[in-house]
Design a protein around this ligand. Structure first.
Ligand code: AMP
Length: 147
């Protein structure tokens, strides 16, 4: 992993939030050759990255524009906001889309009822609660059919 001072963001994927989802995503993208910058306000969170992670880590609160600009967000190929806070994800996604003109913006949605906010701004969302429910339903369907 590289230090913050060495940032040269040319077509990077910026991931906000290095929880289990963000760390997994960053490690997967990095291992498959993509260039990534991962931002988290808690420096201990970066321990979740795989040892082979070759991207950049940046400690800071992503709701502060100075932090996003340190990551050179305006040059990003994609911004993915997967913190554990819907308001943060909405704010970062909106900034990326409206202010920095990033085309590929994806946000994690904790409360499915907030989806309409993203739809209004044409932001793609991933909602783990809904995906899990669908997957469980699918598994139940399969097992019922098999009985
Ligand atoms: P998890 O709860 O495992 O999904 O992790 C979510 C991650 O998002 C945690 O590591 C938090 O520190 C991080 N996080 C939450 N809010 C912010 C923020 N405003 N800026 C950067 N990282 C954040």
């Amino acid at each position: 992993m590289k230090l913050f001072s060495s940032i040269k963001n040319e077509g990077c994927t910026i991931i906000i939030g290095c929880g289990r989802l963000g760390a997994n995503l960053a490690s997967t993208l990095s291992d498959s050759g993509g260039s990534t910058i991962i931002i988290d306000k808690n420096p201990d969170a970066f321990r979740k990255l795989s040892p082979s992670y070759g991207g950049i880590v940046l400690t800071g609160d992503a709701t502060e524009m100075s932090v996003l600009e340190s990551a050179e967000i305006e040059k990003a190929a994609a911004v993915i906001s997967v913190t554990n806070n819907d308001n943060t994800n909405i704010m970062v996604a909106q900034l990326a889309k409206e202010m920095y003109n990033i085309e590929r913006v994806i946000a994690r949605l904790l409360d499915p009822e907030c989806e309409y906010v993203y739809r209004e701004f044409d932001i793609d969302t991933i909602c783990p609660a809904v995906l899990s429910a669908k997957e469980i339903d699918k598994l139940l369907g399969v097992s019922v059919a098999e009985v």
